[in-house]
Design a protein around this ligand. Structure first.
Ligand code: NG6
Ligand code: CA
Length: 499
């Protein structure tokens, strides 16, 4: 009898333990490492020969390197909106590049990636660039800034509000400007300057970085920005320390939450303008500041990975790496990005770049790394950042309001080569359609090459149809020679766009 009882107790404990272990493995930590304006060809793992990115390469070569991985849009705000909500950004008129003073464009009722993780029992955080708006209009930067990331699912948020080139140039920690001296309140405006404050336009003698287009409002740390601000002196960030600063925050978060499953959205600011490498990286790439900040980002990622390893978390952490849109060289400051480029091709063989309907606008580095679980491989499956919501909900086993997000978990984990069937991509309110190896860009009015950035917009008054497998650089428009394919893609595209 006693023996029977102890056998039962033993069986019960084994059951409990198995459940525990299963529960744990269902809940690996998830980290999304998201870069800003990093191009398809900027990593050595994706073919760069002039830049060496050993730490990013680990994720690509020891994980899954996706060759058809997409952001939803060719600019930041819409891509981040798609990533976090699983909704195509072209469905939301407000999902356009936002000023630093814009209200939050995700409603607090909306489904989000971090909310899904919370329902699955995760601790959630964002460290880095936000750019999805803050507050409900007319933000008081000296009070609690809400709603923001905390109200759409992040337990912890340490962010820069919009972009490194936009005011306010301060960090915001859980809705409060970090390090703000209440005796020196901060004011922000995108309409007019504050009396007596110097600007890039009127006071070029106070700038250490020269503006090329835009970027001639308030000057902070010698860098003229987009938008005006006044006050908040003690809270202003140091541009050259930004990468280190976010790294420490990400490392601290991991250390503080290693005992519970966590989701960390680590959104680095590089290589977006202004490119401000720490002095340790200045001159390291031979390519000027753009190359230097890519090397800096690579180093930061190596340090972050080391933290995961040192804390014993590497085998229990799924890491997804990508970029919010394609590359740009001249994006508003004179920083020798074009002059010192040499043989480097930031977009690889892809056509266009940031802001473009051509492929380089949205096709980006996309890697999935999970030590011991994901087998190293290259995958040509069509995958998109919008799919993280449904796929990771499937990983954690919770229901999610998935909208446009598709569950491609087995593809993201390398167990299947089947990606999405199709994808509607966006660039500046205009959309294109990819399915299989084909891409179709409908006719639009507008200029073919942007004056400011010298990049091709992808806009044409004629239909464009390319076979990306045979013609990765989109050189041969097949719209006229293959009207059947054009018709098929157009019909599918219109069906999704609800025309
Ligand atoms: C543009 C800026 C560009 C960059 C971009 C946002 C001008 C003329 N250009 O409006 O420099 O800040 O917005 O980039 O101001 S993104 O990656 O955040 O979408
Ligand atoms: Ca961007």
């Amino acid at each position: 009898m006693v023996l029977k009882k102890s056998i039962l107790v033993l069986l019960f404990s084994v059951l409990l333990f198995t459940n525990y272990v299963n529960g744990q493995s269902n809940k690996p930590n998830v980290v999304v490492i998201y870069l800003d304006d990093l191009g398809y060809g900027d990593l050595s793992a994706y073919g760069a020969t002039e830049l060496n990115t050993p730490n990013m390469d680990v994720l690509a070569n020891k994980g899954i390197k996706f060759t058809n991985g997409y952001a939803t849009s060719a600019t930041c705000t819409p891509s981040r909106f798609g990533l976090l909500t699983g909704v195509y950004p072209w469905r939301n008129k407000k999902a356009k590049i936002l000023p630093g003073s814009a209200p939050l464009i995700i409603t607090t009722k909306q489904e989000t990636l971090p909310k899904m993780f919370k329902r699955a029992g995760y601790q959630t955080a964002i460290v880095g660039k936000w750019h999805l708006g803050l507050g409900a209009g007319n933000v008081d930067w000296n009070a609690h800034i809400t709603p923001g990331p905390n109200e759409v699912g992040f337990d912890e948020a340490y962010i820069l509000a919009a972009t490194q080139d936009r005011t306010p140039t301060v960090y915001i920690k859980n809705g409060r400007v970090d390090g703000l001296d209440p005796k020196d309140p901060i004011f922000v405006s995108y309409k007019k300057n504050f009396e007596g404050e110097p600007t890039g336009k009127d006071n070029p003698e106070l700038t250490t970085m020269k503006w090329h287009h835009g970027h001639n409002n308030s000057i902070v740390n010698g860098i003229p920005r987009i938008g005006y601000m006044k006050g908040g002196e003690a809270a202003k960030w140091s541009d050259v320390d930004m990468a280190d600063h976010f790294l420490v925050k990400a490392q601290e978060y991991v250390k503080n939450h290693k005992k519970e499953p966590f989701f960390l959205y680590y959104a680095l600011q590089q290589p977006h303008v202004p490119r401000t490498p720490h002095p340790r990286f200045v001159g390291k790439s031979g390519m000027g500041p753009r190359g230097d900040v890519i090397l800096e980002a690579d180093w930061v990622i190596g340090q972050f990975m080391k933290t995961l390893k040192d804390e014993g978390l590497l085998e229990n952490t799924l890491i997804i790496f990508s970029s919010d849109n394609g590359p740009v060289l001249q994006d508003g400051y004179y920083d020798n990005a074009i002059e010192k480029l040499g043989k480097h091709t930031p977009a690889g063989k892809l056509r266009g770049g940031k802001y473009s309907l051509f492929d380089a606008g949205t096709r980006v580095p996309f890697m999935v790394y999970w030590k011991g679980t994901v087998k190293p491989q290259v995958s040509n499956a069509l995958v998109c950042q919008i799919d993280l919501l449904a796929s990771l909900a499937s990983l954690t086993g919770v229901d999610a309001d998935v909208n446009d997000s598709e569950d491609i978990l087995s593809t993201l984990l390398g167990k299947s080569k089947k990606g999405r069937k199709s994808l509607v991509l966006e660039a500046g309110s205009k959309t294109s359609y990819r399915t299989g190896d084909w891409v179709m860009i409908p006719p639009y009015k507008g200029i073919a090459v942007s004056k400011n950035t010298s990049l091709e917009t992808g806009i044409s008054q004629e239909y464009q149809l390319y076979n990306l497998k045979k013609d990765v650089s989109e050189e041969h428009n097949l719209a006229k020679s293959n009207p059947k394919m054009l018709k098929k893609l157009l019909a599918e595209f219109e069906e999704i766009r609800g025309k």
